[in-house]
Design a protein around this ligand. Structure first.
Ligand SMILES: Nc1ncnc2c1ncn2[C@@H]1O[C@H](COP(=O)(O)OP(=O)(O)O)[C@@H](O)[C@H]1O
Ligand SMILES: O=P(O)(O)OC[C@H]1O[C@](O)(COP(=O)(O)O)[C@@H](O)[C@@H]1O
Length: 343
């Protein structure tokens, strides 16, 4: 497909919403408008291609539709998980909608699940497909950052800075549970930025060491409270400790430690995107339209060392991107209170 014969792009947002998705939609619409291409917005993730009541809502997005949205969290197209995409009938229905709407190319802003869906869709539909990485988890390979990660980290930092104030006042231990599904990017980066005394994540903890970890942490907290009269903050990744932050807090309380659990949860997904996410999303939206015009398909738009590039969808989802070993080592061996007290 070239600029001359590309007429209509479809766009949807899928999976967990991420701050900056609106900036990406806006950018795709503005870039497409520049090249005289229509953009049809589909609502509620892949449901917008499958469920008749949502298919009906689809519409050509005008410049007015994307005016004044760059600073808004969430997504004007709504997002959703769509179990029907896992079925042949669902994929065929999605393909039929795209054909009926005369869509030449589909842009999906989402995470690894959404891109797995995009790969599957290609067996049923011949149009071009492009992914824009939008997930707070930052777990897509081949791109330095995903849209939404920077904002989620900042949101968590602001919350934990406030927790630190009250923790200091009471010389109390807090366990703060952070999102990331099965990846530790948010937990590690937030832990370092908040000077957490302990970071517990997939990269540095395995459940078989839970008992030993509990003993070490309990000892450290007692020391922090009795000898230094200080607070103690543990950031912990969700889905890591059996029973989560609440169970860990209870286990520490059973050892006589005053300890409070706080699950930050979906607060991390909301809010106005920070500058970094707005700019990343805008660059990626323009790059997606330009890639489509140059006949690219089956790729994710990525950023590496501040430059836009293309990664195959298969590569992007092949192996979740790992947290930098440098960051993990620094936290474990130098910054964590355990490492400090060993000196
Ligand atoms: N294996 C798959 N085949 C087809 N579609 C999929 C597949 N995995 C995920 N999807 C689609 O992508 C949607 C979003 O995936 P999910 O993993 O929930 O979020 P994310 O894209 O943020 O990782 C799913 O609800 C489903 O519609
Ligand atoms: O809002 P839900 O459906 O409970 O999903 C929660 C999950 O979504 C996320 O916020 C974002 O994950 P995805 O971008 O992969 O959808 C995860 O960090 C979290 O585990």
């Amino acid at each position: 497909m070239t600029k001359a014969n590309m007429k209509r792009i479809g766009i949807l947002t899928s999976g967990g919403d991420a701050p900056g998705m609106n900036a990406a939609i806006r950018s795709v619409v503005l870039a497409a408008h520049h090249y005289h291409i229509d953009v049809v917005g589909f609502y509620h993730g892949y449901n917008g291609l499958i469920e008749p009541e949502y298919v009906q809502q689809s519409k050509v997005l005008t410049l007015a539709d994307v005016n004044g949205i760059i600073h808004c969290g969430g997504t004007i197209l709504k997002s959703a998980r769509c179990p029907k995409m896992h079925t042949e009938q669902g994929l065929q229905a999605a393909a039929d909608t795209l054909a009926a709407e005369n869509i030449d190319a589909l842009v999906v802003v989402g995470g690894d699940g959404s891109f797995t869906g995009l790969i599957a869709l290609q067996a049923y539909w011949q149009g071009q497909v492009i992914g824009i990485p939008g997930t707070i988890d930052n777990d897509l390979a081949g791109t330095d950052f995903t849209i939404g990660f920077a904002t989620a980290v900042n949101t968590a930092i602001e919350a934990i800075d406030k927790i630190r104030d009250t923790a200091d006042a009471f010389e109390r231990a807090f366990i703060v549970e952070l999102m990331g599904r099965h990846s530790g990017h948010i937990t590690f980066n937030v832990g370092i930025a908040c000077a957490a005394e302990q970071v517990l994540s997939f990269e540095n903890f395995s459940p078989q060491h839970a008992t030993q970890t509990l003993v070490t942490i309990a000892k450290e907290i007692k020391q922090a409270q009795q000898e230094r009269h200080s607070s103690y903050i543990i950031v912990i990744a969700e889905n890591l400790w059996q029973g989560g932050a609440t169970a860990l807090a209870q286990q520490l309380q059973q050892q006589g430690i005053e300890c409070t659990a706080c699950v930050l949860g979906h607060i991390q997904r909301g809010g106005s995107p920070v500058a970094k996410d707005r700019i990343l999303a805008t660059k990626m939206g323009v790059a997606a339209v330009q890639a489509l015009i140059s006949s690219k398909s089956n790729i994710m738009i990525a950023e590496q060392h501040s430059a836009m590039c293309h990664i195959t969808l298969a590569e992007a989802i092949k192996q979740g991107k790992l947290v930098s070993q440098q960051l993990v080592d620094a936290q474990q061996n130098i910054l964590a209170l355990t490492a400090q007290t060993q000196c």
